[in-house]
Design a protein around this ligand. Sequence first.
Ligand code: ATP
Ligand code: MG
Length: 397
Amino acid sequence: MARDPEIVVVDPDIDARSDTAHMLEAADLSVVGEADYGIDAVTMAKERPPDVFLVSMEEPVARAIQTIEMLVSAAPQAATIVVSSLADAGSVRSAMVAGARDYLIKPLKPEDVTRAVYGVLEQEERRRQQADGELGETAARGTIITIFGAKGGIGKTTVATNLATSLVRITNSNVCLVDMDTRFGDVAIMMDVAVEHSIADLGHRIDELDRESIKEALTEHHTGVSILPAPLHPTEWRNLTPQHIERIVNLLAQGHDYIIIDTPGTFNEIIAATLELGDIILLMTSMDIASIKDTALALEMLRAAEISEDKVKLIINHSTSANTLREEDVERVLEYDVTWRIPHDYNVANSNQLGIPIVIAKPYARVSRAVTEMAHALSGTPQERKGFLERFLGRAS
Ligand SMILES: Nc1ncnc2c1ncn2[C@@H]1O[C@H](COP(=O)(O)OP(=O)(O)OP(=O)(O)O)[C@@H](O)[C@H]1O
Ligand SMILES: [Mg+2]
């Protein structure tokens, strides 16, 4: 939308609606009218429908709900956003069933209103384009998980290889592991596969690639994980631009349910592209002061790049046994919740050396259980509980 969105505030309380209108204007939103519930609002909807109706809803909710229903039928092209102090699921549901597009809970913050207004209008625009056939059919696309960390040696590749393996085991779906370590990619070593083709080879024929032909560059691991290795020599990354990376990852996402991207402990424009592409970013940190400091900077950088915090999950990996800090201190310093914790486990080094993911070599090791739990959460599959004997035999093997 080229012009500013026009908003009408609907509230039976005259003082409250003028307060809301002032707040919206202070947030640079354009209020083109104010109305009471019922006929007053509906007349406005018919005569000069705005882009958005901001409708207040308090107990008893009957008139507000009736007004929303009438607005939706009088001006279907306008989006209705409800503002309410009622936070219970029943009230939210009633408003949405009546036709509201979003529901904001008081006290209102100007930035929340701005986000909601532009969010519903974008949705509306997409719906219109879809109806007019301006958008192609939505292509099915897998989930892209980027594993990122501000430092080297904190367990990114360990988590990437084991998470990919675990996702195949749990979901039996197509998982592609992409080695985007632009220095010394070691996914192939940790999975013990020979590198026949690498991501750098794809740069030469980027325009000919499609979702089927790109699969020729993948190496099939015996676990079922498809691997796109890094080039053997780091200078070969020069063949690839961020636009290449975007195309490669998007094509892979059309043919796989999950794309796991391993990255180096450095930052460059290729890594920036993988962060932009990620549906989920697993931000890894170890428990030493240097790593925490660098993670604080990484969080700052992700915020500056306007990557939504909902996507960024913080993981603490106890990659060394030294433990000077407590996890609570890490959360306090970073002002960020830790989503997953991976314990220290001496079996990891051995598995990595042998080139067998630890979730296969030692499925009941502490690290394996932590990564498996993560894979269950990420894939939304419930964790089955093993019986005592099964666990006992598993550990003994
Ligand atoms: N939870 C853990 N317990 C014990 N050792 C671990 C754990 N996680 C990682 N390690 C060990 O830490 C070292 C670094 O791991 P890894 O190579 O996965 O890190 P990375 O972040 O990918 O490093 P780089 O940025 O250099 O690629 C390895 O020797 C690995 O065996
Ligand atoms: Mg690595």
